[in-house]
Design a protein around this ligand. Sequence first.
Ligand SMILES: [Zn+2]
Ligand SMILES: [Zn+2]
Length: 310
Amino acid sequence: MRFVEREEWGAPAASPAAYLAKARGVKVHYLGTEYTSRAHPLCDDVVRSIRASHLANVAEGYVDIAYTALVCEHGAVFEGRGTHKRPGANGSAVLNTTDYAVCALLGSEGMTVPTDPMLNGLVDAVEWLRRSGDAGDWVGGHRDGYATECPGDALYAWIERGAGRPEVARPRPVPPGAYAVRLHDTLAAVARRLDVDWRDLAAVNGLRPPYTIYPGQILHLPRTPDRVAVPFPGSGAFLLGRAHPAVLTLDEGLIEKGFTRHHDGNGYQRGPVFSEFTRRNVADFQRSHAALRGNPDGIPGPVTWQLLLT
Ligand SMILES: [Zn+2]
Ligand SMILES: [Zn+2]
């Protein structure tokens, strides 16, 4: 479990909320507002701002953030009121003494579908409350016994399926001409990395504003125009660990010809950096060609370049 204690995200160490000896179980919540995917270093800002808005809510008279814990899209569990503290989010005094309240940082607009790491984080939070907070086995949604949309249809469907861990996340195979979104990728960052127009990328994948993408999501690439003969850029373009636009062209050839078995675990992806994976894939290609077999060093020369790109 990736656990972020109160003091780590900027709350006083102990919650002033009332004592709770035990609970029937856990109610799952969502934010119910527009929410967009973001990089993890920005998640604690969200948690702090939720606490600030709860403290400012005069009508409810909250003494602290209302949730027992919060779980971000990256799977981190932020300690809210914590164990053995009565939550304030379930809708009534009775409901708040019955169950703990765990909130997923998920919206009713924008990012509305939980990521696999988020589901794992929710299970982590439930297990932690059973272990350390005397919570029973029951897991439900805010809408159970209270009139609300919370926690949204996607999370509620997961609760109805048993609120279990998603299948062990394995790197999905990335088909040629596609890209697996990484943890902190934005659409703009992916487009830059692949040297394509972000609007084309959005159109090919049917994305609409706010163009939210998720870690692990497979994005199909816009078709690149048929290549005309590209002149060999010179061996200075292929220095290990260095970026050069010609590497993007080299990668197209490798992917098209199927020399992609060396990669970082996420599938071989097009990118401007001449990496050790690129070099090994080029070496595979060289070994496969009689004309190149003599020196399969993985560094493209004019003949490798020409054979790979025709
Ligand atoms: Zn709720
Ligand atoms: Zn996060």
